[in-house]
Design a protein around this ligand. Structure first.
Ligand code: SF4
Length: 371
């Protein structure tokens, strides 16, 4: 398939890795911010092919992983109501809340449905006027446009039985929090291509100036990823501090301006708690007050629910690049994809799930050396 096959060409990938090998002269710690990139890196063994000077650490760019436990508990409380049809993307169904998940609510008779778009949930609301239809609106900047479209569509249709449970997070404040931490190890960032396709990369130059580290917009295929790593290493080795775009076939500096305008019409920046990490100021989007009628937290009065994380789970440290999944004492023991303790073992983009699925056999030989 055009634009995919050529970016999976093993010989081209090997050639770029050889260039990285020739360019690097000292150790560098790079973070890929996006969970989709983490999975591609582990799945294709890119981390093993790189020269030993390059260490990749895995960032918090997995929306399922960073949705706070208390918000999962709020979703469970709403989904258990007999008057509710609760709609979600499939990967949220197995994310553990406090003692249960959406699957168990469904098994107990709750009307929990997997949808492929929030607009499917709007359709359900139109077809079921006697029910309250709630969409679980989680995600980064990438999923914000369809979520705000669902609100505008429901408003246009005059629906009073549609609402969304919002947990939107934003990449730039998360990067700022990681770089501002006294324990930060990251020296260069691979920025997420799909987020940048919507938002552009105009928000990053101030961060680059403030923290003096390079950032490179990077795609998702193996060739995209190694080209992003090569560009970052070239900048680091040359002492150049700037934002570069290694994914120009999909991303420009400004991004999708009509999408950004629509997002700002419905959402405003809010403080947001990240699972395992804690509160990051102005790191999320929430509904503007004029859209309160579509706010499920207010409609179902679940705003006061709070929750405590499992003390065993170190996902927060993993998502800040401080630890790797195999450093967690529960990895592969108390915590597996069948019995997950934390969201990073459930999500298709979670680092723990990636290490379990693709890297388990090689962990004793390669990765436990730094344990
Ligand atoms: S292996 Fe499980 S318990 Fe450990 S950090 Fe990952 S999700 Fe949390």
């Amino acid at each position: 398939m055009k634009y995919m096959d050529e970016y999976r060409d093993a010989e081209l990938v090997k050639g770029v890795i050889e260039k990285i090998r020739r360019t690097v002269t000292r150790p560098w710690v790079l973070m890929e911010i996006c969970g989709g990139q983490t999975h591609a890196i582990v799945r294709h063994g890119i981390d093993q092919l790189l020269p030993p000077e390059i260490e990749l650490v895995h960032g918090p760019g997995c929306p399922v992983c960073v949705t706070p436990l208390e918000l999962i508990d709020k979703a469970l409380a709403i989904a258990a109501r007999p008057d509710v049809i609760f709609c979600s993307y499939g990967d949220m169904l197995r994310v553990p809340g406090t003692g249960r998940d959406l699957f168990s609510i469904k098994a107990q008779g709750g009307d929990v449905r997997v949808v492929y778009s929030p607009l499917d949930a709007v359709k359900l609301a139109k077809q079921n006027p006697d029910k309250q239809v709630v969409f679980f609106a989680i995600g980064f900047e990438t999923t914000a446009p369809p979520n705000v479209m669902s609100i505008l569509q429901a408003q246009r249709l005059g629906l009073t039985n549609f609402s969304i449970l919002v947990s939107h997070v934003r990449v730039p404040p998360a990067i700022k929090a990681i770089l501002g931490s006294p324990s930060n190890r990251v020296q260069g960032f691979l920025l997420a291509g799909h987020v940048s396709a919507v938002m552009g990369y105009w928000e990053y130059p101030p961060l680059v100036d403030e923290f003096q580290i390079p950032m490179v917009v990077t795609g998702f295929e193996p060739l995209d990823i190694v080209q992003g790593i090569l560009k970052t290493v070239e900048l680091l080795e040359a002492g150049k501090i700037e934002v570069a775009n290694a994914y120009s076939r999909a991303v420009n500096f400004d991004g999708n301006l009509p999408a950004q305008k629509t997002i700002n019409q419905v959402f405003e920046e809010v403080d947001r708690k990240w699972r395992g990490i804690g509160m990051i100021p102005m790191s999320g989007w929430g509904l503007r007050p004029e859209f309160d009628a579509f706010n499920a937290e207010k409609r179902f009065d679940v705003e006061a629910i709070t929750a405590d994380e499992s003390p065993l789970c170190i996902a927060g440290q993993i998502l800040q690049g401080l630890k790797k999944p195999h450093h967690c004492p529960a990895f592969g023991k108390q915590c597996t994809p069948e019995n997950p303790l934390g969201a990073t073992m459930v999500s298709t983009e979670g680092a723990c799930a990636a290490y379990y699925r693709y890297g388990r056999d090689r962990i004793p030989q390669v990765l436990l050396a730094d344990n």
